[in-house]
Ligand binder design. Structure first.
Ligand SMILES: [Zn+2]
Length: 302
């Protein structure tokens, strides 16, 4: 009995002294695992992701970067469990006001080895593009502060060089602003369209088809979508079975490895964003005309 205890405490001491060994032991070879890290240098004024920009990360064939937007949210713990089971690290683009409401989930993301990035304070429905420059900058700044406070309890001490525009609705001025604050702008190379109404099986099929077509890339999911939380374990298993490797983004100071797009590159998001914003502006205009026509009505509700 004493000998068993002695061996156990010796094993515990060895594991405590060697966290890498512990991580390896926890991550069996049949798990997907994180294959390597890519360092992102926030001082290089980068905008990456072929759906919005003509360059992306230099990934090898069958390498993927997993990103989750709009959390922390109710399904986030389920997402974290699935990632942990497969020893996989991801990047979470957090909405400031959600981080403020659920700081424990932000801390948990960091503790479990994931990367956090910024995604504005309010994720404004009208998008940052339709705000005044001053308003949009204030929303970006407040988002950074809220995430930093939730993650580290202090603002600016651990600046994260990752920003994603809500709805991909950037502007040249806002891109400059984000770059000047020491962040790379991350778009995506493919997405799961998890904002659509669909079953986990449908989402799995769709994202795997897209991935098989592109063969690699920065993949966009939303961790506030229950459908994605339900689908994720199967997606990670499918990545393992199909020989994909997960690459984890971290902050760094070297040269970020990037790949330029082909000469015939076209933005996927620009026409979608234009269309949505046109509809929003039309709605706003219609409302203003209506309000002007019936000002008394507006007062009735006050
Ligand atoms: Zn978003």
């Amino acid at each position: 009995m004493i000998q068993t205890l002695h061996i156990l405490s010796l094993a515990a001491a060895v594991i405590a002294a060697c966290p890498v060994a512990m991580a390896a032991a926890a991550c069996a070879p049949d798990k997907l695992g994180t294959a390597r890290e890519i360092e992102i240098n926030g001082s290089e004024a980068l905008s990456l992701g072929l759906q919005s920009y003509p360059r992306t990360l230099d990934l090898k064939d069958h390498e993927v970067v997993l990103t989750f937007d709009d959390g922390p949210a109710e399904p986030t713990p389920q997402i974290l469990e699935a990632l942990k089971r497969e020893c996989v690290q991801a990047t979470f683009f957090l909405i400031g006001k959600n981080a403020k409401e659920m700081p424990h989930l932000v801390k948990r993301e960091i503790e479990e080895g994931h990367t956090v990035g910024y995604h504005s304070m309010t994720h404004p429905d009208r998008t940052l593009r339709l705000m005044s420059l001053a308003e949009a900058k204030a929303d970006i700044d407040a988002g950074i502060e809220a995430v930093d406070m939730a993650a580290f309890g202090k603002v600016g001490e651990h600046p994260q060089p990752f920003f994603r525009f809500p709805g991909f609705a950037d502007t040249p001025e806002l891109l400059n602003y984000v770059h000047s604050r020491g962040m790379a702008v991350l778009g995506s190379d493919l997405w799961a369209s998890d904002w659509r109404k669909m079953t986990p099986q449908e989402e799995l099929k769709l994202v795997l088809e897209r991935l098989e077509k592109e063969k690699k890339g920065i993949v966009l999911f939303h961790d506030n979508k229950p459908v994605t939380a339900k689908m994720l374990p199967d997606f990670l298993r499918a990545l393992k079975e199909r020989g994909y490797k997960v690459v984890h983004l971290v902050s760094g100071s070297g040269t970020t490895p990037i790949e330029e797009a082909d000469a015939d590159w076209k933005s996927t998001t620009a026409p979608i964003v234009e269309k949505i914003l046109k509809a929003k502006q039309h709605e706003k205009h219609k409302k203003e005309t209506r309000d002007k026509a019936a000002p008394e009505k507006e007062h009735e509700g006050m």
